[in-house]
Design a protein around this ligand. Structure first.
Ligand SMILES: [Zn+2]
Length: 153
């Protein structure tokens, strides 16, 4: 998933304001995507000509919505194509679909930048709960990211 991590770094460098927690809505807006709402699915992305519409289910928790937007940006910049309608199952790290796993890995890289996670672990010795709160992600997503960076066995 090196390609995925590199893409997330590029997006952060070009479109992130440098503030924590990373704001995926702000990033999507700076990338000129239009944000909309959807239901019952968790999220979707439609790319038509040069217009990109990212939809998110506002009935879900804000932590979930943040991950969903980051996941949909992932489908976009990883060139997965259009018309993804993501049900909750698509957000499991063990999803059988490669593009879904890639979009999840992208979202984790975007919301929890590697150097910031390393700082939290090595400098601040922060707990998983404290880190999940700081990055404004679920504990499950935080754990996944730490394992992915070999910082948690
Ligand atoms: Zn997806």
């Amino acid at each position: 998933m090196k390609r995925v991590a590199d893409k997330a770094d590029l997006v952060l460098r070009a479109h992130w304001d440098g503030k924590f927690p990373v704001d995926p809505r702000g990033i999507a807006e700076r990338m000129h995507a239009t944000l909309a709402t959807c239901s019952p699915e968790s999220g979707s992305i439609v790319i038509k000509d040069d217009e990109v519409v990212i939809s998110v289910n506002e009935n879900e928790s804000s932590v979930r919505q943040r991950f969903t937007i980051a996941h949909e940006i992932g489908h976009w910049v990883l060139g997965h194509g259009s018309n993804f309608r993501d049900s909750p199952e698509e957000f499991l790290t063990q999803s059988p679909s490669l593009v879904e796993r890639e979009a999840n890995a992208f979202a984790a890289n975007l919301l929890m930048p590697k150097s910031a996670v390393q700082d939290k672990v090595f400098v601040e010795k922060a707990s998983i709960e404290a880190m999940a709160e700081w990055f404004n992600v679920s504990r499950a997503a935080m754990k996944w990211r730490l394992r992915n960076l070999h910082l948690l066995s």
